[in-house]
Design a binder for this molecule. Structure first.
Ligand SMILES: [Zn+2]
Ligand SMILES: [Zn+2]
Ligand SMILES: [Zn+2]
Length: 146
């Protein structure tokens, strides 16, 4: 297990640790109270403090150049990640519309597909930006799923 440590400044300095194994993120902790003082907040896919979000961004920037860890992702989409996706691609990747954009998972959520942390251009990315209409169309034979 490789552990990467980041000192992140919020109102105070906090220490975020990212645990990597076989080039995959296995766990993330932060010593702030929002992440329950180093409890493994990320693994359960629950709370993500601001510090963890910044540390993940930093890891992402660092690893862009070198061999990237295979970052897994989130079962539910954090708001900061939605913003990151939409800052990379500002239109529907099917019809180019800029209206009513939604985040679609290529491998579906019910099959274990995650909202990946990597760039939308990265081969292990599992996310596509679609407008509401194209999104409905893609799921039209999959009732109740988005
Ligand atoms: Zn924190
Ligand atoms: Zn579209
Ligand atoms: Zn979808």
């Amino acid at each position: 297990m490789e552990i990467k440590e980041y000192n992140i400044k919020g109102n105070n300095w906090h220490k975020v640790r990212i645990f990597l194994l076989d080039n995959k993120i296995k766990d993330i902790t932060c010593d702030c109270i929002w992440s329950l003082n180093n409890q493994h907040a990320w693994k359960e896919g629950k709370t993500l403090c601001f510090h963890i979000q910044l540390a993940l961004r930093q890891l992402y920037l660092e690893t862009r150049k070198k061999k990237r860890p295979k970052v897994e992702g989130f079962k539910t989409l954090p708001d900061w990640l939605r913003k990151k996706y939409l800052s990379e691609v500002d239109h529907c990747q099917r019809c180019a519309s800029k209206e009513n954009l939604e985040i679609h998972r290529i491998k579906r959520g019910n099959k274990g597909g995650l909202y990946t942390i990597c760039s939308l251009k990265h081969p292990s990315n599992n996310v596509k930006i679609l407008c509401g209409e194209c999104h409905d169309l893609i799921h039209s034979n999959e009732p109740g799923m988005r």
